[in-house]
Design a protein around this ligand. Structure first.
Ligand code: NI
Length: 267
């Protein structure tokens, strides 16, 4: 498998969990756009074989390089890193992990018990992030995890697969800014994440982002099939730094709100 093919498999796996993503992709292509990905985001939890640095090592096998910055999300108890590929045509990879040791005994013990069911060596395979959920899961456990951390419940329910893809708005011709793109998407009936405002970040941050709310998808649990929020589609516009180079990192304050795109909608 080469990287191109692996990214295609990540997109296929993700599209199956977010039917809106291929719809939006097609709408943009029909509007004459060339849709490139800014980044792909993955979720995991702190564990010797599953944590963010273990995931980083998988992507280094694909030629990716770890960027220096790290990102801390104090309230959500998350830590994240990102990787860039020397070939800029490949999307950045953003990997976050839940800081398991900061969670309640229930959450940390549940996640440790899930991790113990992963076959040895499985998480070292470079294509680990299309492997899905490697453990059985009850809907009751999913709901209990969600009470403390929607992030923990998402990983428990979906396992290891892309959480979101992100369209590079810099690569679009007709939808040159997020406001224009957002009103197009809302006009087509898609719901956008409003937490912290529809557009997260500003030109002062050198990065603006918005995202859909993850639509609910049917998931098999031990008790039966239940619909829960799956994956969302994100949109990012980057601005040049004073040195003229396009900002290539992430803004923790914005990402913090974007994480909520997989929360259950309160209606
Ligand atoms: Ni993102």
């Amino acid at each position: 498998m080469d990287l191109e093919y692996y990214l295609k498999r990540l997109w296929q796996d993700y599209s199956a969990l977010n039917p809106e993503a291929p719809q939006i992709y097609d709408l943009l292509v029909q509007a004459g756009e060339n849709v490139d990905n800014d980044h792909i985001a993955l979720r995991t939890f702190r564990h010797p074989q599953l944590g963010v640095m273990s995931a980083v090592r998988q992507f280094e096998k694909w030629g990716y390089e770890l960027a220096k910055q790290d990102y801390v999300f104090k309230e959500k108890k998350l830590y994240a890193r990102h990787l860039e590929h020397p070939n800029p045509r490949f999307p950045k990879i953003f990997i976050s992990e839940l800081e398991t040791e900061k969670m309640s005994p229930f959450v940390s013990e549940t996640l440790a018990q899930l991790a113990s069911q992963i076959p040895a060596g499985a998480s070292e395979r470079p294509e680990f992030f299309v492997s899905g959920r490697p453990w059985p899961m009850t809907y009751a456990t999913y709901l209990n995890l969600a009470k403390e951390s929607e992030y923990a419940s998402w990983v428990a329910a979906f396992g290891f697969r892309p959480n979101h893809f992100t369209v590079s708005v810099n690569g679009l011709k007709r939808f040159r800014d997020l406001a224009t793109l957002n009103s197009f998407l809302k006009g087509k009936g898609f719901s956008l994440n409003q937490s912290g405002g529809e557009i997260k970040g500003s030109t002062a941050d050198y990065l603006e982002q918005s995202s859909t709310m993850a639509p609910e998808v049917p998931v098999q649990f031990s008790e039966g099939i239940f619909s829960i929020p799956g994956c969302y589609y994100e949109f990012a516009k980057r601005y040049p730094l004073p040195n003229g180079k396009l900002f290539s990192a992430f803004v923790a304050q914005s990402a913090d709100k974007i994480f909520e795109s997989t929360n259950k909608r309160k209606s």
